[in-house]
Design a protein around this ligand. Structure first.
Ligand code: ZN
Length: 346
């Protein structure tokens, strides 16, 4: 059994994780946002706002742990995460890693070899993350990898030099993640693009590379796998490899016309995956943005839909929908507690 998780305020015994959301964002911007007047913010105010929302959700639903999946170049802010963790008592796991190349991966890191990138991840996890040129003692506890195209006019990813729908920079970053995973035992949590499921199985492509480098598929969570698979077989294929699949975007109609449309699709797929015997390989989360410094979500700014979903939505709206499909509430507890402990603990 895994014995610990690595949070932004130190290691915590894995049996104290409780209900865990595996993909959230305390702070979310886009690469470059940290230089823009439009998204400048006061740290004290941001911490207060984020902590208030998170604490309310924790009290309503007993969430105890979240993975903050904000990658390095998307405003990742170690001190903000640490202050929110202290203010709320929530176990916050930070990630090392990057966005898809179409939206991120700074040139600095595009130049680096697989060996150098492996060392970067390992140092983020064992020594602490660097923020604005300063070494901190705040450590990451998981690795993020990502593939797929930019999201405004989504298209499938082109085939890269490796024959996969993955660019050469992403390929190196994924290889490094596989090596760092093997060395440290930490989880790799991934971003796949829903569009890519129309031309390939992006989860399988990511797993191929991770396993080529000696990584353990049992410690991998394939993210966004329920948003637009061609059918349930694509999800089952990922589970058959021994990897885990993440349910996310409940209450957030990403790449869908309505909340109802996506929630119904996700609930149907979840029931099918459970029926096929893979209950122990699912995690569930929102992919919520607690704070986007560009401003609050409005009808005029639908890109901020990820801010609107209330933290108790899982229980008030989504669980009843699942129950109608024969999915038991006790099974939800397996997905929220037992599975994340096994996957994120090391
Ligand atoms: Zn996300």
């Amino acid at each position: 059994m895994p014995n610990k998780i690595r949070t932004v305020i130190g290691d915590v015994p894995a049996d104290r994780m409780g209900r865990t959301l595996t993909h959230e964002h305390l702070l979310y911007t886009y690469p470059g946002g940290e230089y823009d007047h439009l998204s400048a913010f006061r740290l004290d105010d941001a911490v207060e706002r984020i902590a208030k929302e998170l604490k309310a959700g924790m009290e309503a639903c007993d969430y105890r742990t979240i993975v903050d999946m904000t990658p390095c170049e998307v405003g990742r802010h170690p001190e903000l995460m640490r202050r929110v963790a202290k203010a709320t008592g929530c176990n916050v796991i930070a990630v090392t890693g990057f966005f898809p190349e179409s939206m991120g991966v700074p040139y600095w890191f595009k130049r680096q070899t697989v060996e150098e990138l492996t060392e970067f991840y390992v140092r983020d996890i064992t020594q602490g993350m660097v923020f604005a040129g300063t070494q901190t003692d705040i450590k990451a506890g998981a690795i993020k990898i990502a593939t797929g195209q930019e999201g405004v006019h989504p298209k499938p990813s082109p085939v890269g030099p490796n024959g996969r729908h993955i660019s050469s920079s992403e390929d190196r970053l994924i290889r490094a993640a596989g090596r760092a995973q093997q060395r440290l035992g930490v989880c790799i949590n991934t971003h796949t693009d829903p569009q890519d499921y129309t031309v390939t199985n992006p989860g399988i492509e990511q797993l191929d590379i991770i396993e080529e480098e000696g990584g353990d598929p049992g410690k991998v969570i394939i993210g966004h796998a329920f948003v637009a698979p061609r059918d349930v077989e694509q999800i089952v294929d990922i589970c058959r490899r021994g990897a885990n699949v993440q349910v996310d975007h409940i209450g957030i109609p990403w790449r869908h016309d309505s909340v109802d449309d996506l929630d119904e699709q996700i609930a149907t797929l979840m029931s099918e995956v459970a029926e096929r015997g893979y209950l122990a390989q699912m995690t569930i989360t929102y992919d919520r943005w607690f704070f986007n410094p560009r401003g609050p979500a409005t009808d005029d700014n639908p890109q901020l839909l990820n801010e609107k979903v209330p933290l108790d939505y899982l229980y008030t709206s989504f669980a009843p929908r699942l129950e109608k499909k024969g999915f038991r509430t006790a099974d939800l507890e397996t997905i929220l507690v037992d599975n994340p402990r096994r996957i994120l603990g090391f």
